[in-house]
Structure formats: C-alpha cells, structure tokens
Design a protein around this ligand. Structure first.
Ligand SMILES: *Cc1c(COP(=O)(O)O)cnc(C)c1O
Length: 428
C-alpha cells in the first residue's frame, strides 16, 4: 500500500515481526558471527547478502537508510558519516581523475570547498554555473568528459530554488545523471525524483535529525538512470570490477548497482560510515519530520513577512515571499513550503549587524542550521569565511547576508527577541 509521507516518517524503515522490539534496535556491534567459513566467504564475494562488518553494513544504519529511501521514493540508499561524505561519495562513485562535473554555483560553503579545492586536487574539474541561466547557456558548460550535474534543490544559504526539471533535461540530454542535495527542503517538502533527478544526497545533520544531536549523511538512488545505455561513460559501473572478482555492478545489482558500488568500494576503502547510535537518533528525528517542517515553514513565513515590513531591514530573501525571485519555482517544486531558513540584510553595515547579533537572547549564534531551536549566523564571517569576495558573489552570499534558521518555538517570542536586539543595537 502506498502510504503518505507523514506515515512513512513515523513508520518507515523498521517493520518488526511478531515478538520483535517495537522500536528500532541499536545493533552496537562491529562484527557478525557465522557458523561456516564458506558462508562468510560468500559474503565477501558479494555472492550472498548478510552482515559481516559494520564499516560496510549495519542493520540499524541500513534500516534508517531504508526509511529515507521510502521518503524519497527511491530504489536504494545508504547512510554516511556526514553530509560532506555523502556528496563526496555521490560524485566520486562515478567520476575520477580526468573527469568533469557541471555544478550549480549556489552551494553550501563546505560543498564548494570540497569540489573546487579538495576534489580538484584529485583531478576532477568542476564548472560552476548560475542555476537561473536559460538552458541554452547552461548547455555550454558540458564537455565530452562530463560525468554528472550537481545542484542543491534549495541552496544553503542563498535559498535558490532549483528548476529541477530544467536541470534534469540538461543532464539527460548529455547522457549523465542529475545529483541533487535535498538537505534544506527534505523529502517532506520536495521529492526531486518526481521531477527527473536521479540521485539525492542529504546532510541528515539538519532537519532530518532536527535536534542537532548527530552528524550524518545519506545517498538515495532513484534507480531510473540507465547506466548500461551509457556504458562507455561509466566503466566503473558497467565494466568488471577487478577489486570484486569481476562484478559488473549495473548488471548484477540492477537498480541498486550505484549504491552497491559505493558501499563495496568507497565504504570499504574510505570508511565514512554512520554510527548505529547516530542512526538511531536520526530515526527519532525522522519520526516527527513532517510535523516539524510544517511548523518551521509557518514560523519562517511569519518572521520573513514581519522583517520585510521593517524600516531597518535592507532586504529579505525567503522563497515563501511573493517578492522572492524564486517564489514561482518554490510554489511548483515545494508546494508544502520550503524550509525555516531566511536570509536577510540590515541597513547600517557590518558593525550594526554584529551589534544586533550580539544582543539576541533567545536566538543563538551557532554554526548550525535547521534544528528545533532558532539560530543565526553570518556566513561571510563564519561558514563561508574561506571564500573570496568573488566566490561569495558567485555563491549568492552577499557580505551582509544574515542566515536566520527559524525554529519551532512560539513565533511571537522569536520575533520579539529580534525586535529587542534591533532596538538595543540602534541605541548602543
Ligand atoms: C550542512 C550541509 C552539508 C554538509 O553536511 P555535514 O553533515 O555538515 O557534513 C551539505 N549540504 C548542505 C546543503 C548542507 O546544509
């Protein structure tokens, strides 16, 4: 039976059989016992499925991955130790030295560094494109060695709503998959596979967890991209793997080939596995994701409207505001709402911005976003500090941008704190 996203948040993943624990058990074990050496040998050869070592697979982690897979409507999924690991694996699984990726320039600062500094050192080239450009202009970024297109469905912190169908058309016209980071929207508000995206990544550290208690990531594959049709471009999936006895992942595992390869090769060699305890905590967060997202969005909408009407506020960027450049795309791709994050700038420059932030009482300055408690950050001096002025502009992060992550407290309390801090900063 096809259930609603709300039911999947609560009951997806762990489906106990009679007499089993009602709540997802934490399998806190690195290893698993077998009665025969032959059985264990088959597991290592990927000829039988079963658990043997938690760096590769663990029942608690796999169950939570299965829930996220259900939420996204995918074919296969895996957890990683962080969102950074998820985005790295998602691309490195199909690209190596000499390859090229087209990516939206509207990126989270950590992803921008990962792509343009660290992965560049590995020999992978990234072309950053303005996601709002028309299709004909975006097509110019592709090269014969392009292996994927990457973008955030709702970018952190510039809040660009991706035209997913446009990006999917472009990627598919060039025979490559569209990989999207759906962290900010979450599957409650946006289901990228419905619009043609092929692979979804998450920093589960954010709304999915929602309580700021664990760092984690996830990769979900829709199973829709036909790797074998582009076999020459993706030899890692479509030609025999000598490190696994000549297995051809796309043939042997069908829709799960991409995820199986990422587990068998990348988890094996690079680690970055989720911890069972973290997966358990993430699962608790997922059980209320649908309720929290609705409240985050309702609170953020109210705060954005009230900020926009104030004389000391220079500008407000929230896709739920009709004044937003991305309002129409938000209505199309995220009809239930976007997220709780608002970007805004104050009149009065950097000194006033700092004075304002230092006077907040209920709203906390933290290097985090997307949890139950309202928090605030100045990306140009915090998360995006490594970027140059030009890179900041390219990522859509003006120097005066304040990132306000609206929580699920009482909305009048949040706004009252903002107002008292603005007044106190003005008279300081
Ligand atoms: C936070 C974040 C990441 C990185 O995730 P971590 O869990 O912190 O490693 C990646 N993408 C987006 C959009 C994020 O907000």
């Amino acid at each position: 039976m096809e259930t609603s996203i709300d039911t999947r948040c609560v009951q997806g993943g762990w489906k106990p059989k009679t007499g089993e624990p009602r709540v997802l058990p934490i399998v806190q074990s690195t290893t698993f016992k077998y009665d025969s050496g032959e059985h264990m040998g088959k597991l290592f050869a990927l000829e039988a499925s079963g658990y043997f070592y938690s760096r590769l697979q663990n029942p608690t982690c796999d169950t939570v991955a299965a829930k996220i897979c259900e939420l996204e409507g995918g074919a296969a999924a895996m957890l990683t130790s962080s969102g950074q690991a998820a985005n790295f694996f998602a691309i490195f699984n199909i690209a190596g030295a000499g390859d090229h990726i087209v990516t939206s320039a509207a990126l989270y600062g950590g992803t921008s560094n990962l792509f343009t500094v660290t992965m560049k050192r590995m020999g992978i080239d990234f072309t950053l494109v303005d996601p709002d450009l028309p299709e004909v202009d975006l097509a110019k970024a592709f090269r014969p060695n392009t292996k994927a297109v990457f973008a955030e469905t709702l970018s952190n912190p510039s809040l660009v709503v991706l035209d997913i169908e446009k990006f999917a058309r472009l990627a598919h016209a060039h025979g490559v998959p569209l990989i999207v980071d759906n962290t900010f929207a979450t599957p409650v508000n946006c289901r990228p596979f419905d619009f043609g995206a092929d692979i979804v990544t998450h920093s589960t550290t954010k709304y999915m967890d929602g309580h700021a208690v664990q760092i984690g990531g996830a990769i979900v594959d829709s199973g829709a991209f036909d790797w074998m049709r582009h076999a020459a471009r993706f030899p890692g999936l479509c030609a025999p793997d000598p490190s696994y006895h000549g297995i051809v992942y796309a043939e042997r595992f069908g829709e799960a080939g991409y995820i199986m390869k990422a587990v068998a090769q990348l988890m094996r060699d690079l680690g970055s596995c989720a911890a069972p305890m973290n997966a358990f905590l993430l699962n608790l967060g997922l059980e209320s994701l649908h309720l929290r997202m609705a409240r985050h969005c309702a609170n953020a909408q109210t705060i954005a409207e009230r900020l926009e009407s104030r004389a000391d506020v220079a500008w407000v960027n929230y896709p739920g505001l009709p004044s937003s450049k991305h309002h129409a795309l938000a209505c199309k791709y995220m009809p239930r709402g976007t997220c709780g994050v608002i970007a805004f700038g104050l009149k009065g420059g950097r000194a006033f911005t700092e004075a304002f932030m230092d006077r907040l009482k209920l709203v906390a300055i933290v290097t985090h976003v997307a949890d139950a408690r309202t928090c605030i950050l100045h990306p140009a001096s915090h998360t995006h500090r490594q970027l140059s002025e030009a890179q900041l502009a390219e990522a859509g992060v003006p120097a005066d941008l304040i990132r306000l992550s609206v929580g699920i407290e009482g909305v009048d309390d949040i706004f009252a704190d903002i107002v008292q801090a603005l007044e106190a900063a003005r008279t300081a």
